[in-house]
Write a protein that binds this ligand. Structure first.
Ligand code: BGC
Length: 255
């Protein structure tokens, strides 16, 4: 499988699943634009790491919750690498707050970074892809919580539920252009978003026990799905989500 000649934008590409996605796509030969805002140092390190793969990665200072900044990312792909084939709407945050204690600010932050960025990232990427005339791939990093309540993380679940419907609806709307829109729904992954759980042995034991496979995923195990979705083998998949959760959603205490 190769992605030589393909150009991707990966939001949230300098940490967690996003970073693994950038590495997986770069290894297959894609050129990639990633955003950074919060952690310039991580971005610079990642670019240095990727230089060994051919220096086809460029970091742009962009806040993905702002449509103008998303436009800069998409435009940079075209001006630097000539086109855009793959849009990975990956950036995501959570507040671990319930419906009763989520503030307006927390709500806006989660919805803007997770859902608004995926919506406008899809719109901007699809507009370019339609102009190019030869299709494209849009991959939305959702979660098992696109469909499965996580009490105490309500705004996050809302945002992922929204991304689920974005994937389905935009997938239908864009199918005539051969632009395929697919969600990837991980369960628990060993990334900064789960740092507190991984650092707490009791919490980690409880989490592992709830997962039939008995462990969190590594970011690379999610990135490999994104790489597949970006490639030729995924030419008939759209408007759906690939859930990769080690069986988490199917498990039950047997009560
Ligand atoms: C959330 C994590 C949670 C995991 C499994 C992810 O989408 O970001 O906080 O541990 O789902 O429930």
């Amino acid at each position: 499988m190769t992605l030589h000649g393909k150009v991707a934008v990966v939001t949230g590409g300098n940490s967690g699943i996003g970073k693994a996605v950038v590495l997986a796509l770069a290894e297959l030969g894609a050129s990639i634009v990633i955003d950074y805002i919060s952690d310039e140092k991580a971005e610079v390190q990642l670019e240095a790491q990727l230089r060994g793969l051919g220096d086809r990665v460029i970091g742009v200072k962009a806040d993905v919750s702002k449509v103008d900044d998303l436009r800069t990312l998409v435009d940079t792909a075209v001006t630097t690498f000539g086109r855009l084939d793959i849009m990975v709407n990956n950036a995501g945050v959570e507040t671990r707050t319930s419906v009763l204690d989520t503030t307006e600010e927390q709500y806006a932050k989660v919805m803007d970074i997770n859902l608004k960025s995926a919506f406008f990232g899809t719109q901007l990427a699809a507009t370019k892809m339609i102009a190019q005339g030869d299709g494209g791939r849009i991959i939305n990093m959702t979660s098992v919580h696109e469909d499965w309540p996580m009490p105490g993380n309500t705004a996050y679940c809302l945002s992922k539920g929204g991304m689920r419907m974005l994937t389905r609806t935009a997938g239908v709307e864009l199918a005539p252009h051969n632009i395929l829109v697919v969600g990837v729904g991980p369960g628990a992954v060993d990334t900064p978003i789960n740092k507190a759980t991984v650092a707490d042995p009791d919490a980690l034991r409880t989490l592992d026990a709830a997962i039939p496979m008995g462990r969190l995923a590594e970011p690379e195990e999610i990135a490999s799905i994104v790489a597949f979705l970006a490639g030729d083998g995924a030419s008939y998949l759209t408007a759906t989500t690939i859930i990769a959760d080690g069986g988490l959603m199917q498990s039950s205490p047997g009560l």
